[in-house]
Design a protein around this ligand. Sequence first.
Ligand SMILES: *Cc1c(COP(=O)(O)O)cnc(C)c1O
Length: 341
Amino acid sequence: MAKKDLDWANIGFAYHVTDKRYVSNYKDGKWDAGTLIDDPNVTLNESACVLQYCQQVFEGLKAYTWEDGSVVCFRPDLNADRIYESAQRIEMPPFPKEQFIDAVDQVVKANIDWVPPYGSGASLYLRPYEFGTGVVIGVKPATEYQFRIFTTPVGPYYKGGATPIAILVSDFDRAAPRGTGSVKAGLNYAMSLHSSVLAHQAGYAENLYLDPATRSYVEETGGSNAIFVDADGKLVVPKSPSILPSITRRSIVYIAEHYLHLTVDERPVKFEEIKGFKECGLCGTAAVISPVGRIVNGEEEILLPSGMEKAGEVIGELYNTITGIQSGKIEAPEGWIHHVC
Ligand SMILES: *Cc1c(COP(=O)(O)O)cnc(C)c1O
């Protein structure tokens, strides 16, 4: 066994088939013990609930190699909690939380040669997900499910520091006011594809969504939460029941308060307020924090004072602190680092 011979710094965010994946099936009212398998393909009946009615929820987390050679995951307990709650909202049997952590450990160890080395900036991305395998034709939840975790190495999102991006306010909504916006489910992504294709064609990196009820408050992008720094240097964090509870964003709020001693203001944020803000960032597991320099909404264009050259001061410090914690260079709060091996 030896590390795979990959150009770790340049692999980008793409799918690579790795050696093993973890699979557990739910049948007759219970989850089986789970096992590691070789086959990257899933064989399903043509009328499996996931194929007909999108009964699927998922997670995303990373494993990092530290300088001492150990391999760690960042707060996987929160992924276990979130997929548990997501499953309940989509009427799926939740996957037991201790079994989730055990599955993470097993699948990382089984693919240890695919965990990028320390210093490469790359990491092993884990994709846990659960879907209805049982056959349905009338609309109802399946009676059989599969929980699976595959892994793929991913490169550093930003090589040579994060460059600010421009984002476009979507004409469409990503979530309904009392819908599934706070649930990490594939269905939310299916409905964001059209607006994201339009945004990319128009030269924007992401869509920003407004609240679906009034279209006057900021929600988030298709796959990351938005944070802002106001004129007083406070961290302003949009709050809404249809925003997905990002683990990166919740960690950043803690870091802002306890490491950088900033005031954090979590509240509904009007789109109009952004004009008075100094910095903006998008947070999620993949990029950690992407600084935003420009936000366009129809005819209106907002240029954040932090500009398009580099991250704003506060966003930059938050980024350095959270990535320092994830890579073992800065001491983590109790319970944030899960040592796999
Ligand atoms: C996954 C996701 C995020 C980011 O969450 P993290 O836990 O930080 O990775 C943000 N918004 C949406 C809609 C998501 O699906």
